[in-house]
Design a protein around this ligand. Structure first.
Ligand code: URA
Length: 423
């Protein structure tokens, strides 16, 4: 077999055989298939698609390229969630300890931000001392102590995906449902979780801009999980406006701690509780503490403090906040009718909350605090948002990103998506 045979089969719209898929993923992981050949194949897949059989085979081959973790030493079931990413999406932070407080074990492998969407590890790294890189034994230790761990995937987990995702990022081949579904699910299945809840975001701030595309991605991923023996459900949720009021690394940690303390913005609380119930139900955990109660009685906060401490962090340390600020004010009085997620994400990125290249550092203290969400009344001249940056020179480009992304009218726009679109 050789790479040209596989590339030309997909170029000509034919189904790849299981043998071709196994060979090309293994040969690419070993460096026998070159990056330029794999990028040609990725483009052929993006243009011509893959059927369900091919996607399942592709996912299995990526899992087999590395180790599969397992958690049978734990005294209870494991359950996890994955979000396809968005602006202000800090849900993993309160959710993992909340589920732990209700009897689940959450082995969450997370990523860093790239582009306008934030990354869970970047957010948590704004907590002084907190460590993202753990060995498998350390992961097990944190899970045992706190019931939840959030850390970076090691090099041994789906290495084929690590290589291929980096290649897709620079060859315009990210936006392919078969490649996205197999990339996400190979990592989640290799992570060894027994149950999985997918939060598939829809709207300008998400990968999937329409409900139809999101539904196709969700269905594909649920089938892949179920076939691999992982109980999997998916929710489609809104990302046409930011989630919560804080966008940026330390700002989102602070908002997550508010939720764990029983407060926080209504949309973040609603989605956190809903996802926690889905994670518990999918793992078959019934009759334990209800998530709403665990937020109110402090047990979720206790699990958070144990989790952060077990990973070297100080849950009581002050969080960094960027020194320079500027405000965007309401141009007239009325109701905030819309606030575009992509514009806010782009502005936060330009303030330093995100990175342009993988190797760039992020600013922990940069970002945006929103003072109103669509549907809220606003008064002319009152602040709509506060922008934070380490360097005031960043404001000009951030403010330019916000132009045209919000409007004041008589009511919220009618085409705003419901927070939970479908299950
Ligand atoms: N996240 C992933 O892990 N993979 C993709 O392909 C897209 C988003």
């Amino acid at each position: 077999m050789d790479a040209i045979e596989v590339i030309s089969a997909k170029r000509d719209g034919r189904e790849l055989s299981p043998g071709q898929i196994d060979w090309v993923i293994d040969a690419y992981t070993r460096g026998v298939v070159a990056d330029e050949q794999m990028s040609a194949l990725a483009m052929a897949i993006l243009l011509n698609g893959m059927n369900r059989r091919e996607i399942a085979g592709w996912t299995r081959a990526m899992i087999r390229s590395g180790d599969r973790m397992e958690w049978s030493a734990l005294p209870g079931p494991t359950t996890d969630k994955h979000s396809t990413g968005g602006v202000g999406d800090k849900i993993t932070l309160p959710l993992a300890p909340l589920v732990a407080a209700c009897g689940g074990y959450v082995p969450q492998l997370s990523g860093r931000g790239l582009g306008h969407t934030g990354g869970t590890l970047d957010k948590l790294e704004s907590i002084p001392g907190w460590r993202a890189s753990l060995s498998n034994d350390e992961m097990l230790g944190v899970l045992g102590a706190a019931g939840a761990v959030i850390c970076a995937a090691g090099d041994g987990l789906a290495p084929a995906d690590k290589k291929l995702y980096a290649l897709r990022d620079v060859t315009g081949t990210v936006e392919s449902i078969p490649l996205i579904a197999s990339s996400i699910m190979s990592k989640k299945i290799a992570e060894g979780t027994g149950a999985l809840v997918l939060d598939v975001k829809v709207g300008s701030g998400a990968f999937m801009k329409t409900v139809e595309e999101a539904r196709e991605l969700a269905t594909t991923m649920v089938e892949l999980g179920t076939d691999a023996g992982v109980g999997t459900v998916a929710l489609l949720t809104a990302m046409d406006r930011p989630l919560g009021l804080a966008v940026g690394n330390a700002l989102e940690v602070a908002e997550s701690v508010e939720v764990l303390a029983g407060g926080g913005p209504a949309d973040v609380v609603e989605l956190t509780v809903l996802l926690a119930r889905e994670m518990l139900a999918t793992a078959g955990i019934t009759g334990g503490r209800d998530p709403e109660r665990a937020l109110a009685d402090g047990s979720a906060m206790d699990a958070w403090r144990r989790m952060i401490t077990a990973q070297g962090g100080d849950p009581d340390a002050p969080l960094p906040l960027a020194a320079e600020t500027t405000e965007v004010v309401a141009p007239s009085s009325g109701v905030l009718s819309r606030l575009d997620a992509y514009g806010v994400g782009l502005a936060a990125w330009r303030l330093g909350a995100g990175r342009e290249r993988k190797e760039d550092p992020v600013s922990s203290g940069a970002g945006i605090v929103l003072h109103a969400k669509p549907g809220d009344p606003v008064r002319e001249g009152a602040p709509l948002m506060t922008l934070y940056a380490d360097d005031a020179g960043r404001f000009e480009r951030a403010l330019a990103a916000l132009e045209g992304t919000y409007a004041v009218g008589e009511a919220a726009d009618e085409d705003l998506l419901p927070l939970v679109i479908d299950r």
